[in-house]
Design a protein around this ligand. Structure first.
Ligand code: EMZ
Length: 386
């Protein structure tokens, strides 16, 4: 068994120091490692802010060099954050509706059926990217065909094969969003653009720049993360046919299984914050205007909080993971992501007897002293129908 194992490179640093500093474009980041500390820092938005002057700097690697559109509500702090979050929250809870779930099931079932017909498929490009893009048409409430354009952008909107910071790609996204906003102004309908255009926050209409900020987050935030979660889930089932069977026999554990897979894979390794005052994290001094990062992936393997942290326990009882972040900025797309995974599990477990895995290329993030497997660049599999 190899491909379904996601090692925890942070264990030693977490248990000895609790923090570890890496460099990112000559702008160091102190990674916070333990669950308790990560939660504490995530909660403390006054000392560790998301909405600093330099847009894109809280992302690690920093995107400050390639973008100046502030992602909303992700890069806004309280109290301003609250108004934006309140506005978009009900929209992002739509995946709880039966009608939404049925449409999502049609999208996912069709992809699984298609894959069954092929002798082999490459999961990242031919399955996960398509699934993520097609599902996004439901979240934005746009025509299904629009997903073809987004599929053409590849797995990340700011990164390409050669570089982690692709400014041309960012501009492609921004031009696209600008055009869509203009279209919605000319022809208002019931998509997310129109809803935002008709909305007010704190008694004021949203500006085009703010709308672009919300939409760009919707495109960027849930892309590689969802693709990783979907691909890794398939890798997991390829080496655990008994789990596929169990989820078929006990569908009532699906919700727990989704949380556990998100904990184990932690599709987003970490997210940064800018320090607003000289302070300390785990007795380690951090200076004002430096950066820390909340290492979700490390926190999710913290043995102080999780029994057998390196094992996938599908029906894990206590699972206070931070795979979707924590506190003020917890993941807005989590409801949508959870539905994608739950429906995917249902579809795979009802249609497949097993999955065979072939050649793959792992996606190993390089954080200097830490090398972390976060997913795959490619993964070839065969879906074996029941
Ligand atoms: C940002 C981030 C949000 C960032 C939940 O994370 O996701 C990253 O993939 C993007 O590059 O811009 O949206």
């Amino acid at each position: 068994m190899t491909i379904s194992i996601f090692p925890d490179p942070f264990e030693q640093a977490r248990t000895t120091d609790g923090v570890s500093t890496i460099d990112d474009q000559n702008d160091p980041v102190t990674m916070v490692m333990g669950l308790k500390d990560v939660r504490k820092c995530a909660h403390n938005w006054k000392s560790f802010q998301s909405g600093g002057e330099e847009v894109g700097r809280i992302v690690v690697p920093s995107e400050a060099a390639i973008r100046d559109v502030r992602q909303i509500p992700f890069e806004v702090d309280p109290p301003e954050h609250g108004g934006f979050r309140k506005l978009v929250e009900p929209w992002f809870k739509r995946p709880l509706e039966a009608d939404y779930q049925e449409k999502l099931k049609v999208i996912i079932d069709e992809l699984v059926e298609e894959a069954i017909k092929q002798p082999k498929i490459e999961v990242v490009e031919e399955f996960a990217l398509k699934l993520q893009s097609r599902a996004l048409t439901l979240l934005l409430n746009t025509p299904f065909e629009e997903s073809e354009v987004w599929i053409g952008w590849g797995t990340h909107v700011f990164r390409s094969k050669d570089t982690d910071l692709d400014g041309d790609k960012a501009n492609l996204l921004y031009d696209y969003i600008d055009k869509e906003i203009e279209k919605a102004i000319a022809n208002p309908n019931d998509n997310f653009y129109s809803v935002l255009l008709a909305s007010e926050v704190n008694g004021k209409k949203l500006t085009k720049e703010e709308i672009k900020g919300v939409i760009s987050l919707t495109f960027a935030g849930g892309r590689d993360t969802v693709i990783n979660a979907v691909t890794n889930t398939i890798a997991y089932f390829s080496e655990h046919p008994e789990s596929l069977q169990r989820l078929h026999d006990e569908p009532e554990i699906t919700t727990k299984a989704v949380e556990e897979l998100v904990r184990y894979f932690s599709p987003l390794t970490h997210m940064g914050r800018v320090v607003t005052e000289d302070t300390a994290v785990c007795e380690h001094a951090v200076k004002a205007d430096s950066r820390i990062s909340l290492c979700w992936a490390s926190a999710n393997r913290d043995a102080k909080a999780f029994e057998n942290p390196d094992e996938v326990v599908l029906d894990r009882k206590l699972n206070p993971h931070v795979g979707f972040g924590f506190s003020t900025h917890n993941c807005l797309g989590a409801t949508h992501a959870r539905q994608i995974l739950a429906i995917l599990i249902g579809s795979l477990s009802s249609k497949l007897s097993s999955i065979d895995a072939f050649e793959n290329e792992e996606n190993i993030e390089d954080w200097q002293q830490f090398q972390r497997k976060v997913g795959f660049h490619s993964l070839n599999v065969a879906f074996n129908a029941k």
